[in-house]
Design a protein around this ligand. Structure first.
Ligand code: NAD
Ligand code: UGA
Length: 468
Protein backbone atom coordinates (compact mmCIF):
# COMPACT_ATOMS: atom_id res chain seq x y z
CA UNK A 1 0.00 0.00 0.00
CA UNK A 2 1.32 3.44 -0.91
CA UNK A 3 1.30 5.73 2.12
CA UNK A 4 -0.20 9.16 1.56
CA UNK A 5 2.43 11.32 3.24
CA UNK A 6 0.85 14.03 5.39
CA UNK A 7 3.59 14.74 7.93
CA UNK A 8 7.30 14.98 7.24
CA UNK A 9 10.11 15.33 9.77
CA UNK A 10 13.58 16.38 8.66
CA UNK A 11 16.42 15.65 11.09
CA UNK A 12 19.14 18.24 10.47
CA UNK A 13 18.39 21.92 9.80
CA UNK A 14 21.59 22.63 7.87
CA UNK A 15 22.42 23.70 4.32
CA UNK A 16 20.53 20.72 2.89
CA UNK A 17 17.74 19.91 5.36
CA UNK A 18 16.70 23.57 5.76
CA UNK A 19 16.29 24.64 2.10
CA UNK A 20 15.13 21.21 0.85
CA UNK A 21 12.33 20.77 3.34
CA UNK A 22 11.35 24.45 3.24
CA UNK A 23 10.78 24.01 -0.51
CA UNK A 24 8.82 20.79 0.07
CA UNK A 25 6.61 22.72 2.51
CA UNK A 26 6.13 25.56 0.02
CA UNK A 27 5.24 23.23 -2.85
CA UNK A 28 3.08 20.84 -0.78
CA UNK A 29 0.80 22.97 1.42
CA UNK A 30 -1.16 19.83 2.34
CA UNK A 31 1.91 18.32 4.07
CA UNK A 32 3.08 19.44 7.51
CA UNK A 33 6.88 19.71 7.52
CA UNK A 34 8.87 19.95 10.75
CA UNK A 35 12.61 20.49 10.55
CA UNK A 36 14.44 19.58 13.75
CA UNK A 37 17.97 19.99 14.99
CA UNK A 38 19.93 19.51 18.20
CA UNK A 39 21.53 22.89 17.67
CA UNK A 40 19.20 25.33 19.45
CA UNK A 41 20.91 28.45 18.10
CA UNK A 42 20.33 27.20 14.56
CA UNK A 43 16.65 26.49 15.20
CA UNK A 44 16.23 29.89 16.90
CA UNK A 45 17.68 31.54 13.81
CA UNK A 46 15.29 29.63 11.51
CA UNK A 47 12.46 30.86 13.78
CA UNK A 48 13.75 34.43 14.15
CA UNK A 49 10.96 37.03 13.79
CA UNK A 50 13.04 39.16 11.41
CA UNK A 51 14.08 36.17 9.27
CA UNK A 52 17.77 36.30 10.17
CA UNK A 53 18.13 32.74 8.89
CA UNK A 54 21.21 30.68 9.83
CA UNK A 55 22.31 30.31 6.21
CA UNK A 56 22.49 32.77 3.37
CA UNK A 57 20.93 31.46 0.17
CA UNK A 58 19.31 33.66 -2.50
CA UNK A 59 15.50 33.17 -2.49
CA UNK A 60 15.46 31.17 0.75
CA UNK A 61 14.01 33.91 2.91
CA UNK A 62 11.07 34.30 0.56
CA UNK A 63 10.31 30.56 0.73
CA UNK A 64 10.50 30.55 4.54
CA UNK A 65 8.35 33.70 4.80
CA UNK A 66 5.62 32.02 2.74
CA UNK A 67 5.59 28.64 4.51
CA UNK A 68 6.77 29.18 8.10
CA UNK A 69 3.92 28.91 10.59
CA UNK A 70 1.59 27.65 7.81
CA UNK A 71 2.87 24.10 7.28
CA UNK A 72 6.59 24.59 7.96
CA UNK A 73 7.94 24.42 11.51
CA UNK A 74 11.40 24.45 13.06
CA UNK A 75 11.93 22.77 16.41
CA UNK A 76 14.44 21.18 18.78
CA UNK A 77 11.86 18.61 19.86
CA UNK A 78 13.26 15.78 17.76
CA UNK A 79 11.31 12.99 19.45
CA UNK A 80 7.91 14.62 18.92
CA UNK A 81 8.58 15.32 15.25
CA UNK A 82 9.72 11.73 14.70
CA UNK A 83 6.63 10.33 16.39
CA UNK A 84 4.24 12.46 14.36
CA UNK A 85 5.79 11.92 10.93
CA UNK A 86 4.98 9.35 8.23
CA UNK A 87 8.24 10.11 6.47
CA UNK A 88 11.56 11.16 8.01
CA UNK A 89 14.50 12.68 6.15
CA UNK A 90 17.88 12.08 7.76
CA UNK A 91 19.86 15.12 6.65
CA UNK A 92 22.64 15.26 9.21
CA UNK A 93 26.30 16.01 8.59
CA UNK A 94 28.63 13.25 7.38
CA UNK A 95 32.11 14.80 7.68
CA UNK A 96 35.38 13.02 6.96
CA UNK A 97 36.46 10.87 9.90
CA UNK A 98 39.13 12.53 12.05
CA UNK A 99 40.28 9.47 14.01
CA UNK A 100 40.23 5.68 13.94
CA UNK A 101 40.03 3.36 10.95
CA UNK A 102 39.76 5.31 7.69
CA UNK A 103 40.68 8.63 9.37
CA UNK A 104 41.14 11.36 6.76
CA UNK A 105 39.16 9.45 4.13
CA UNK A 106 36.08 7.57 5.33
CA UNK A 107 32.81 9.32 6.15
CA UNK A 108 32.03 9.74 9.83
CA UNK A 109 28.62 8.09 10.07
CA UNK A 110 28.22 8.72 13.76
CA UNK A 111 25.55 11.41 13.28
CA UNK A 112 23.60 9.22 10.86
CA UNK A 113 23.75 6.32 13.31
CA UNK A 114 22.67 8.43 16.29
CA UNK A 115 19.71 9.84 14.35
CA UNK A 116 18.77 6.32 13.18
CA UNK A 117 18.90 4.95 16.73
CA UNK A 118 16.77 7.83 17.93
CA UNK A 119 14.13 7.05 15.27
CA UNK A 120 14.12 3.38 16.32
CA UNK A 121 13.85 4.32 20.00
CA UNK A 122 10.98 6.79 19.82
CA UNK A 123 8.90 5.75 16.79
CA UNK A 124 5.63 4.12 17.81
CA UNK A 125 4.20 3.79 14.29
CA UNK A 126 5.64 2.71 10.93
CA UNK A 127 7.84 5.18 9.07
CA UNK A 128 9.52 5.71 5.75
CA UNK A 129 13.09 6.70 6.60
CA UNK A 130 14.90 8.62 3.86
CA UNK A 131 18.65 8.87 3.73
CA UNK A 132 19.24 12.45 2.50
CA UNK A 133 22.80 12.82 3.75
CA UNK A 134 25.58 11.78 1.38
CA UNK A 135 26.79 8.41 2.60
CA UNK A 136 28.97 5.53 1.44
CA UNK A 137 27.41 2.76 -0.58
CA UNK A 138 25.36 0.33 1.55
CA UNK A 139 24.78 2.69 4.49
CA UNK A 140 21.03 2.17 4.04
CA UNK A 141 21.63 -1.47 4.89
CA UNK A 142 23.27 -0.52 8.21
CA UNK A 143 20.39 1.85 8.93
CA UNK A 144 17.90 -0.93 8.25
CA UNK A 145 19.74 -3.34 10.53
CA UNK A 146 19.73 -0.78 13.37
CA UNK A 147 16.07 0.10 12.87
CA UNK A 148 14.87 -3.49 12.64
CA UNK A 149 16.90 -4.60 15.66
CA UNK A 150 15.42 -1.85 17.81
CA UNK A 151 11.88 -1.38 16.56
CA UNK A 152 8.74 -1.86 18.65
CA UNK A 153 6.19 -4.56 17.73
CA UNK A 154 4.01 -3.64 14.71
CA UNK A 155 6.35 -0.81 13.72
CA UNK A 156 8.03 -1.26 10.33
CA UNK A 157 10.58 0.89 8.62
CA UNK A 158 11.16 1.28 4.91
CA UNK A 159 14.45 2.83 3.94
CA UNK A 160 14.95 5.01 0.89
CA UNK A 161 17.99 6.79 -0.47
CA UNK A 162 17.25 10.25 -1.85
CA UNK A 163 20.56 12.09 -2.21
CA UNK A 164 20.53 15.84 -2.69
CA UNK A 165 22.18 17.48 -5.71
CA UNK A 166 21.62 21.17 -4.91
CA UNK A 167 24.58 23.51 -5.07
CA UNK A 168 24.98 26.29 -2.54
CA UNK A 169 24.21 29.74 -3.86
CA UNK A 170 21.65 28.32 -6.31
CA UNK A 171 19.92 25.95 -3.89
CA UNK A 172 16.41 27.35 -4.28
CA UNK A 173 16.48 27.32 -8.08
CA UNK A 174 18.02 23.85 -8.02
CA UNK A 175 15.21 22.65 -5.75
CA UNK A 176 12.45 24.36 -7.75
CA UNK A 177 13.66 22.88 -11.03
CA UNK A 178 16.00 19.95 -10.33
CA UNK A 179 17.80 18.22 -13.20
CA UNK A 180 16.59 15.04 -11.52
CA UNK A 181 15.35 13.69 -8.23
CA UNK A 182 16.91 10.34 -7.46
CA UNK A 183 15.10 7.83 -5.24
CA UNK A 184 16.68 4.49 -4.42
CA UNK A 185 14.71 1.68 -2.84
CA UNK A 186 14.76 -2.04 -2.32
CA UNK A 187 13.09 -3.68 -5.28
CA UNK A 188 10.60 -5.52 -3.00
CA UNK A 189 6.88 -4.64 -3.08
CA UNK A 190 7.28 -2.67 0.19
CA UNK A 191 10.37 -0.90 -1.10
CA UNK A 192 8.59 0.11 -4.29
CA UNK A 193 5.54 1.33 -2.35
CA UNK A 194 7.75 3.52 -0.14
CA UNK A 195 9.44 4.84 -3.26
CA UNK A 196 6.04 5.67 -4.76
CA UNK A 197 5.07 7.57 -1.58
CA UNK A 198 8.13 9.82 -1.83
CA UNK A 199 7.75 10.13 -5.60
CA UNK A 200 4.24 11.48 -5.01
CA UNK A 201 5.63 14.17 -2.70
CA UNK A 202 8.08 15.43 -5.34
CA UNK A 203 5.50 15.05 -8.11
CA UNK A 204 3.73 18.08 -6.61
CA UNK A 205 6.16 20.20 -8.60
CA UNK A 206 8.80 18.04 -10.33
CA UNK A 207 7.85 16.49 -13.71
CA UNK A 208 7.53 12.72 -13.34
CA UNK A 209 10.15 12.02 -16.04
CA UNK A 210 12.73 13.80 -13.88
CA UNK A 211 12.11 11.54 -10.89
CA UNK A 212 14.38 8.52 -11.25
CA UNK A 213 13.65 5.34 -9.33
CA UNK A 214 16.67 3.06 -8.93
CA UNK A 215 18.07 0.46 -6.56
CA UNK A 216 19.30 1.58 -3.14
CA UNK A 217 22.99 1.00 -3.76
CA UNK A 218 22.93 2.63 -7.19
CA UNK A 219 21.35 5.69 -5.63
CA UNK A 220 23.99 5.96 -2.91
CA UNK A 221 26.84 5.45 -5.36
CA UNK A 222 25.37 7.86 -7.92
CA UNK A 223 25.68 10.73 -5.44
CA UNK A 224 29.38 10.07 -4.80
CA UNK A 225 29.90 9.54 -8.53
CA UNK A 226 28.20 12.81 -9.48
CA UNK A 227 30.34 14.86 -7.10
CA UNK A 228 33.51 13.00 -8.11
CA UNK A 229 32.87 13.65 -11.81
CA UNK A 230 32.04 17.32 -11.25
CA UNK A 231 35.21 17.81 -9.22
CA UNK A 232 37.18 15.88 -11.82
CA UNK A 233 36.13 18.42 -14.47
CA UNK A 234 37.51 21.25 -12.34
CA UNK A 235 40.76 19.42 -11.66
CA UNK A 236 41.07 18.68 -15.38
CA UNK A 237 40.61 22.31 -16.33
CA UNK A 238 42.93 23.43 -13.53
CA UNK A 239 45.60 20.99 -14.73
CA UNK A 240 45.25 22.55 -18.18
CA UNK A 241 45.47 26.04 -16.64
CA UNK A 242 49.03 25.24 -15.56
CA UNK A 243 49.90 24.30 -19.15
CA UNK A 244 48.29 27.53 -20.37
CA UNK A 245 50.40 29.63 -18.01
CA UNK A 246 53.54 27.88 -19.24
CA UNK A 247 52.71 28.17 -22.94
CA UNK A 248 50.80 31.42 -23.41
CA UNK A 249 47.49 29.68 -24.18
CA UNK A 250 44.37 31.11 -22.56
CA UNK A 251 42.35 28.73 -20.38
CA UNK A 252 39.01 30.47 -21.05
CA UNK A 253 39.55 30.02 -24.79
CA UNK A 254 40.54 26.39 -24.30
CA UNK A 255 37.54 25.68 -22.03
CA UNK A 256 35.21 27.38 -24.49
CA UNK A 257 36.58 25.43 -27.45
CA UNK A 258 36.43 22.11 -25.60
CA UNK A 259 33.01 22.83 -24.09
CA UNK A 260 31.49 23.50 -27.52
CA UNK A 261 31.66 19.76 -28.10
CA UNK A 262 28.18 18.71 -27.06
CA UNK A 263 29.61 15.52 -25.58
CA UNK A 264 31.66 17.61 -23.13
CA UNK A 265 29.30 20.57 -22.62
CA UNK A 266 30.18 24.10 -21.50
CA UNK A 267 29.32 24.02 -17.79
CA UNK A 268 31.69 23.56 -14.87
CA UNK A 269 34.85 24.29 -16.83
CA UNK A 270 35.90 27.46 -15.04
CA UNK A 271 39.53 27.34 -13.97
CA UNK A 272 40.04 28.55 -10.43
CA UNK A 273 42.36 28.71 -7.49
CA UNK A 274 40.88 25.32 -6.54
CA UNK A 275 37.50 23.93 -5.64
CA UNK A 276 36.21 24.20 -2.09
CA UNK A 277 32.97 23.46 -0.31
CA UNK A 278 31.97 20.89 2.22
CA UNK A 279 31.43 18.03 -0.18
CA UNK A 280 33.71 17.58 -3.19
CA UNK A 281 36.84 16.67 -1.26
CA UNK A 282 34.94 14.74 1.41
CA UNK A 283 32.97 12.70 -1.10
CA UNK A 284 35.95 11.88 -3.30
CA UNK A 285 37.99 10.78 -0.29
CA UNK A 286 35.01 8.67 0.66
CA UNK A 287 35.07 7.10 -2.82
CA UNK A 288 38.81 6.53 -2.50
CA UNK A 289 38.25 4.77 0.82
CA UNK A 290 35.43 2.70 -0.63
CA UNK A 291 37.62 1.66 -3.59
CA UNK A 292 40.45 0.68 -1.26
CA UNK A 293 38.09 -1.29 0.97
CA UNK A 294 36.93 -3.13 -2.13
CA UNK A 295 40.58 -3.96 -3.02
CA UNK A 296 40.55 -1.69 -6.06
CA UNK A 297 43.79 0.30 -5.54
CA UNK A 298 43.98 1.56 -9.15
CA UNK A 299 40.46 2.96 -8.90
CA UNK A 300 41.34 4.58 -5.56
CA UNK A 301 44.50 6.17 -7.03
CA UNK A 302 42.53 7.52 -10.00
CA UNK A 303 40.05 9.45 -7.85
CA UNK A 304 42.70 10.47 -5.30
CA UNK A 305 44.46 12.37 -8.08
CA UNK A 306 41.46 14.72 -8.42
CA UNK A 307 42.04 15.91 -4.84
CA UNK A 308 45.84 15.96 -5.25
CA UNK A 309 45.47 18.21 -8.31
CA UNK A 310 43.27 20.56 -6.30
CA UNK A 311 45.89 20.81 -3.55
CA UNK A 312 48.55 21.43 -6.19
CA UNK A 313 46.49 24.26 -7.72
CA UNK A 314 46.22 26.08 -4.37
CA UNK A 315 49.94 25.59 -3.68
CA UNK A 316 50.86 26.70 -7.18
CA UNK A 317 48.80 29.89 -6.91
CA UNK A 318 50.30 30.78 -3.50
CA UNK A 319 53.77 30.20 -4.90
CA UNK A 320 53.05 32.43 -7.92
CA UNK A 321 52.16 35.26 -5.54
CA UNK A 322 55.44 34.88 -3.64
CA UNK A 323 57.52 34.55 -6.82
CA UNK A 324 55.92 37.59 -8.44
CA UNK A 325 56.39 39.76 -5.36
CA UNK A 326 60.16 39.43 -5.82
CA UNK A 327 60.39 36.09 -3.98
CA UNK A 328 59.33 37.34 -0.59
CA UNK A 329 56.11 38.50 1.03
CA UNK A 330 57.50 38.73 4.55
CA UNK A 331 56.21 41.93 6.14
CA UNK A 332 54.30 42.86 2.97
CA UNK A 333 50.60 43.68 3.21
CA UNK A 334 48.24 41.69 0.97
CA UNK A 335 44.48 41.99 0.46
CA UNK A 336 42.50 38.78 0.07
CA UNK A 337 39.11 39.50 -1.49
CA UNK A 338 36.61 36.78 -0.69
CA UNK A 339 36.60 34.13 1.99
CA UNK A 340 33.55 32.00 1.09
CA UNK A 341 34.21 28.87 -1.00
CA UNK A 342 32.20 30.36 -3.86
CA UNK A 343 30.06 33.44 -4.50
CA UNK A 344 26.52 33.86 -3.16
CA UNK A 345 27.08 31.83 -0.04
CA UNK A 346 28.38 32.58 3.44
CA UNK A 347 29.74 29.03 3.69
CA UNK A 348 33.49 28.74 4.15
CA UNK A 349 33.95 24.99 4.46
CA UNK A 350 37.15 23.91 2.63
CA UNK A 351 37.35 27.35 1.03
CA UNK A 352 40.50 27.86 -1.05
CA UNK A 353 40.85 31.28 0.64
CA UNK A 354 41.64 29.54 3.94
CA UNK A 355 44.58 27.68 2.41
CA UNK A 356 45.85 30.81 0.67
CA UNK A 357 45.75 32.87 3.86
CA UNK A 358 47.41 30.05 5.78
CA UNK A 359 50.20 29.95 3.19
CA UNK A 360 50.66 33.75 3.18
CA UNK A 361 50.62 33.78 6.98
CA UNK A 362 53.36 31.15 7.10
CA UNK A 363 55.43 33.43 4.85
CA UNK A 364 54.84 36.12 7.51
CA UNK A 365 52.82 38.43 5.28
CA UNK A 366 50.33 40.94 6.72
CA UNK A 367 46.85 40.19 5.44
CA UNK A 368 43.61 42.16 5.03
CA UNK A 369 40.58 39.94 4.41
CA UNK A 370 37.21 41.04 3.10
CA UNK A 371 34.09 39.00 2.34
CA UNK A 372 30.62 40.47 1.90
CA UNK A 373 28.77 37.60 3.60
CA UNK A 374 31.01 35.58 5.91
CA UNK A 375 30.71 36.31 9.64
CA UNK A 376 33.92 37.56 11.26
CA UNK A 377 33.74 34.90 13.98
CA UNK A 378 33.68 32.24 11.25
CA UNK A 379 36.84 33.66 9.65
CA UNK A 380 38.70 33.56 12.96
CA UNK A 381 37.48 30.06 13.69
CA UNK A 382 38.56 28.76 10.27
CA UNK A 383 41.98 30.40 10.48
CA UNK A 384 42.73 29.25 14.04
CA UNK A 385 41.92 25.71 12.92
CA UNK A 386 44.58 25.75 10.19
CA UNK A 387 47.32 27.78 11.89
CA UNK A 388 48.72 25.47 14.57
CA UNK A 389 48.78 26.91 18.10
CA UNK A 390 47.05 30.14 17.08
CA UNK A 391 44.19 32.04 18.68
CA UNK A 392 42.06 34.77 17.16
CA UNK A 393 44.00 37.24 19.33
CA UNK A 394 47.39 36.04 18.11
CA UNK A 395 46.25 36.09 14.48
CA UNK A 396 44.93 39.64 14.82
CA UNK A 397 48.54 40.84 15.05
CA UNK A 398 49.01 40.10 11.35
CA UNK A 399 45.52 39.55 9.93
CA UNK A 400 42.78 42.19 9.74
CA UNK A 401 39.17 41.77 8.64
CA UNK A 402 38.21 44.80 6.57
CA UNK A 403 34.71 46.33 6.31
CA UNK A 404 34.84 46.75 2.52
CA UNK A 405 36.86 45.70 -0.50
CA UNK A 406 38.19 49.23 -0.94
CA UNK A 407 39.28 49.40 2.68
CA UNK A 408 40.98 45.98 2.40
CA UNK A 409 43.03 47.18 -0.58
CA UNK A 410 44.40 50.36 1.03
CA UNK A 411 48.19 50.51 1.28
CA UNK A 412 48.69 46.91 0.15
CA UNK A 413 51.27 45.52 -2.26
CA UNK A 414 48.95 42.98 -3.83
CA UNK A 415 45.26 42.12 -4.19
CA UNK A 416 44.23 38.46 -4.40
CA UNK A 417 40.79 37.57 -5.75
CA UNK A 418 39.88 34.34 -3.99
CA UNK A 419 36.06 34.25 -4.40
CA UNK A 420 34.12 35.31 -7.49
CA UNK A 421 31.78 37.81 -5.76
CA UNK A 422 30.39 40.02 -8.53
CA UNK A 423 31.07 43.17 -6.49
CA UNK A 424 34.81 42.64 -7.06
CA UNK A 425 34.19 43.13 -10.76
CA UNK A 426 32.58 46.49 -10.25
CA UNK A 427 34.67 48.06 -7.49
CA UNK A 428 36.37 51.28 -8.46
CA UNK A 429 39.69 49.75 -9.55
CA UNK A 430 41.17 53.19 -10.22
CA UNK A 431 40.55 54.06 -6.56
CA UNK A 432 42.06 50.73 -5.52
CA UNK A 433 45.14 51.50 -7.61
CA UNK A 434 45.52 55.00 -6.20
CA UNK A 435 45.48 53.64 -2.66
CA UNK A 436 48.02 50.83 -3.21
CA UNK A 437 51.78 50.69 -2.94
CA UNK A 438 53.50 50.47 -6.32
CA UNK A 439 54.03 48.35 -8.28
CA UNK A 440 50.42 47.36 -7.65
CA UNK A 441 49.80 43.64 -8.20
CA UNK A 442 46.49 41.86 -8.78
CA UNK A 443 46.25 38.05 -8.73
CA UNK A 444 42.95 36.89 -10.15
CA UNK A 445 42.27 33.38 -8.90
CA UNK A 446 38.79 33.36 -10.41
CA UNK A 447 39.17 34.82 -13.93
CA UNK A 448 36.84 37.54 -12.71
CA UNK A 449 38.21 40.93 -13.70
CA UNK A 450 38.99 42.46 -17.07
CA UNK A 451 42.78 42.10 -16.92
CA UNK A 452 43.38 44.44 -19.87
CA UNK A 453 41.33 47.21 -18.27
CA UNK A 454 43.29 46.83 -15.05
CA UNK A 455 46.60 46.86 -16.91
CA UNK A 456 45.60 50.15 -18.55
CA UNK A 457 45.13 51.62 -15.08
CA UNK A 458 48.66 50.49 -14.24
CA UNK A 459 48.20 47.22 -12.37
CA UNK A 460 50.45 44.23 -12.88
CA UNK A 461 47.88 41.46 -13.34
CA UNK A 462 48.39 37.71 -13.03
CA UNK A 463 45.42 35.54 -13.99
CA UNK A 464 44.97 31.81 -13.48
CA UNK A 465 45.43 30.00 -16.77
CA UNK A 466 46.81 32.88 -18.81
CA UNK A 467 50.38 33.08 -19.87
CA UNK A 468 51.25 36.65 -20.79
P1 NAD B 1 25.14 20.84 8.11
O1 NAD B 1 26.28 20.59 9.01
O2 NAD B 1 24.88 22.22 7.59
O3 NAD B 1 23.77 20.38 8.81
C1 NAD B 1 23.62 19.18 9.50
C2 NAD B 1 22.77 19.46 10.74
O4 NAD B 1 22.42 18.21 11.36
C3 NAD B 1 23.51 20.25 11.84
O5 NAD B 1 22.79 21.45 12.09
C4 NAD B 1 23.52 19.31 13.05
O6 NAD B 1 23.35 20.00 14.28
C5 NAD B 1 22.33 18.42 12.76
N1 NAD B 1 22.37 17.13 13.45
C6 NAD B 1 23.37 16.23 13.49
N2 NAD B 1 22.98 15.14 14.18
C7 NAD B 1 21.71 15.36 14.59
C8 NAD B 1 20.75 14.60 15.33
N3 NAD B 1 21.05 13.37 15.79
N4 NAD B 1 19.55 15.14 15.58
C9 NAD B 1 19.23 16.39 15.11
N5 NAD B 1 20.09 17.15 14.40
C10 NAD B 1 21.31 16.64 14.13
O7 NAD B 1 25.31 19.82 6.89
P2 NAD B 1 24.74 19.99 5.39
O8 NAD B 1 25.65 20.84 4.59
O9 NAD B 1 23.29 20.30 5.47
O10 NAD B 1 24.94 18.50 4.87
C11 NAD B 1 24.12 17.44 5.30
C12 NAD B 1 24.36 16.24 4.39
O11 NAD B 1 23.96 16.56 3.05
C13 NAD B 1 25.82 15.80 4.30
O12 NAD B 1 25.85 14.40 4.20
C14 NAD B 1 26.29 16.42 3.00
O13 NAD B 1 27.32 15.66 2.41
C15 NAD B 1 25.06 16.36 2.14
N6 NAD B 1 24.96 17.37 1.08
C16 NAD B 1 25.34 18.67 1.33
C17 NAD B 1 25.18 19.64 0.32
C18 NAD B 1 25.58 21.08 0.55
O14 NAD B 1 25.52 21.84 -0.39
N7 NAD B 1 25.95 21.49 1.73
C19 NAD B 1 24.60 19.29 -0.90
C20 NAD B 1 24.22 17.97 -1.10
C21 NAD B 1 24.40 17.03 -0.10
C1 UGA C 1 28.44 20.71 -5.25
C2 UGA C 1 27.66 20.13 -6.44
O1 UGA C 1 27.65 21.08 -7.51
C3 UGA C 1 26.22 19.81 -6.04
O2 UGA C 1 25.55 19.16 -7.13
C4 UGA C 1 26.23 18.87 -4.83
O3 UGA C 1 24.92 18.61 -4.39
C5 UGA C 1 27.02 19.52 -3.70
O4 UGA C 1 28.37 19.81 -4.16
C6 UGA C 1 27.18 18.65 -2.50
O5 UGA C 1 27.03 17.44 -2.58
O6 UGA C 1 27.47 19.25 -1.47
P1 UGA C 1 28.60 23.11 -4.10
O7 UGA C 1 29.80 22.53 -3.43
O8 UGA C 1 27.58 23.77 -3.25
O9 UGA C 1 27.82 21.96 -4.92
O10 UGA C 1 29.04 24.18 -5.19
P2 UGA C 1 29.65 24.07 -6.66
O11 UGA C 1 29.00 25.08 -7.49
O12 UGA C 1 29.67 22.69 -7.16
O13 UGA C 1 31.15 24.58 -6.44
C7 UGA C 1 32.10 23.80 -5.73
C8 UGA C 1 33.46 24.44 -5.85
O14 UGA C 1 33.96 24.31 -7.18
C9 UGA C 1 33.46 25.93 -5.55
O15 UGA C 1 34.62 26.27 -4.82
C10 UGA C 1 33.48 26.57 -6.92
O16 UGA C 1 34.04 27.86 -6.92
C11 UGA C 1 34.36 25.58 -7.67
N1 UGA C 1 34.14 25.59 -9.13
C12 UGA C 1 32.91 25.27 -9.63
C13 UGA C 1 35.19 25.87 -9.97
O17 UGA C 1 36.32 26.15 -9.53
N2 UGA C 1 34.98 25.85 -11.33
C14 UGA C 1 33.77 25.54 -11.86
O18 UGA C 1 33.66 25.54 -13.12
C15 UGA C 1 32.72 25.25 -11.00
Amino acid sequence: MVVNVTKICCIGAGYVGGPTCAVIALKCPQIQVTIVDLNKARIDAWNSPDFQLPIYEPGLEDVVRKARGRNLFFSTDVDKAIQEADLIFVSVNTPTKKAGVGAGFAADLNYVELATRQIARVANSSKIVVEKSTVPCRTAESMRTILEANSKPNVRFDILSNPEFLAEGTAINDLFAPDRVLIGSLQSAEGKAACAALTNVYANWVPKERILNVGLWSSELSKLAANAMLAQRISSINALSAICEATGANIDEVANAVGYDSRVGPKFLKASVGFGGSCFQKDILNLVYLSESLHLPEVAAYWRQVVDMNEYQKRRFSQTVVDTLFNTITGKRIAVLGFAFKADTGDTRESAAITLIKNFHSERALINVYDPKVEHAQIWQDLTEVVPGSTAESLKKTITISPSALEACKNVEAVIIATEWSEFKTIDWQKVYDGMNKPAFVFDGRLLVDAEKLRKIGFKVTTIGRGE
